[in-house]
Design a protein around this ligand. Structure first.
Ligand code: LIP
Length: 258
């Protein structure tokens, strides 16, 4: 299944890449939440191919109506993760596809066609970037850790969320080497898997933002939990905390400061 999946996603990557270098019709789902005709085109292409090839899976996708779609044997698609980057010409943007069997991660692909970087993982078989095996960083000290985070779309309208983002930056920034906001959750998780970042946290993500990245990171030796250090639930948890495993407890402790 992985080979066929990659072949289809690489073709969809051509649609994304063409759009990246073209004029985009941007519309707003919410104040900060953009969508373009390319998000829809990539998603429709993937859905059509996956429906034909992988009949035993249902499909959950960012730009679709997902009501009444049961999460069980599912392919979860983000056609363009990092849409704001895509629209503005920042090359951190990717197609993210996570395949779940019995609600458990099975296969994952994150493909950035602009940089031609393809991350992939299969449960129990490791994680790879363009065929090279990935391993998380060995850094054990939070003070030396390069971290990443993201700002939720709700920070434009929900004061509690905005205050929480700012408070956590104030708490964490002095304790780590530095903090980045690259604008694509799926790529952020892959960069922890790659050892570029030691850790990453963000609130209010959707299942399609992280469905693939969580498997790629865990297969590279990383750890993913909610903000209480418990197993992360794609559909229910407000926060994701994802690290190389070695700074996880210290990061969790400092994300929970009163
Ligand atoms: C986006 C993320 C980004 C995050 C946003 C949003 P989209 O996904 O990957 O990093 O901060 O909240 O979820 O909307 O571009 O697919």
């Amino acid at each position: 299944m992985k080979k066929e999946l990659i072949k289809i996603i690489k073709k969809a990557g051509k649609i994304l890449k063409k759009g990246y270098y073209s004029n985009k019709d941007v519309t707003f789902k919410a104040k900060k939440d953009l969508v373009t005709k390319y998000d829809v085109a990539v998603e429709n292409y993937l859905k059509e191919k996956f429906t034909k090839k992988f009949k035993e899976f249902n499909i959950i996708a960012e730009e679709s109506d997902n009501t009444n779609i049961e999460f069980n044997n599912s392919i979860i698609i983000d056609p363009i993760d990092g849409t704001t980057n895509f629209v503005n010409g920042v090359p951190h943007t990717a197609i993210s596809v996570g395949v779940y069997k019995d609600k458990k991660p099975y296969l994952a692909i994150v493909y950035n066609p602009i940089l031609d970087e393809l991350y992939e993982a299969k449960i129990g078989k490791g994680a790879y970037l363009n065929g090279k095996q990935l391993k998380v960083s060995d850094e054990t000290e939070l003070q030396k850790a390069l971290l990443a985070t993201g700002f939720p779309y709700t920070s434009g309208s929900n004061e509690d969320d905005l205050n929480d983002v700012v408070k956590k930056i104030k708490d964490i920034l002095p304790l780590c080497q530095d903090l980045r906001r690259l604008g694509s959750a799926s790529i952020d998780l892959c960069l922890v898997a790659r050892g570029t970042f030691e850790g990453y946290y963000e609130m209010n993500l959707k299942p399609w933002d992280v469905s693939a990245g969580v498997l790629i990171l865990s297969e590279a030796g990383g750890k993913i939990t909610n903000i209480n250090g418990e197993e992360y639930n794609l559909f229910e948890d407000k926060y994701i905390v994802a690290t190389n495993g070695k700074i996880h407890d210290e990061l969790i402790k400092n994300l929970n400061l009163l």
